[in-house]
Design a protein around this ligand. Structure first.
Ligand code: SF4
Length: 86
């Protein structure tokens, strides 16, 4: 089976941003848990609205560096399983 993304890539599951808000999000007023900058409504479609508004922050937030939550992440697994069905 061939995957459309590398196994460590971010697939926009939203998991990490729901579990703990990043330091940049907290510094911009989001709560420690359940970041209010998380946009989107389902795994595979989440995005950071703070980065959308302030793209210069993406580097210090390590956007594009891959997934830090590949294990026990059911939302990520469901997105990856959807790739194999399409
Ligand atoms: S600020 Fe953006 S990257 Fe950081 S936790 Fe919130 S949604 Fe995620």
């Amino acid at each position: 089976m061939r995957w459309p993304v590398s196994r460590g890539a971010c697939v926009r599951s939203g998991f990490c941003c729901k579990v703990a808000t990043c330091a940049v999000g907290v510094a911009h007023g989001a709560p420690q848990r359940g970041c209010t900058f998380l946009g989107g409504s389902r795994p595979g479609e989440y995005s950071c609205e703070l980065v959308t508004r302030r793209p210069e922050l993406s580097e210090i937030m390590a956007i594009g560096s891959g997934c830090s939550s590949t294990l026990f992440n059911e939302d990520r697994d469901s997105v990856l399983q959807g790739f194999t069905k399409s």
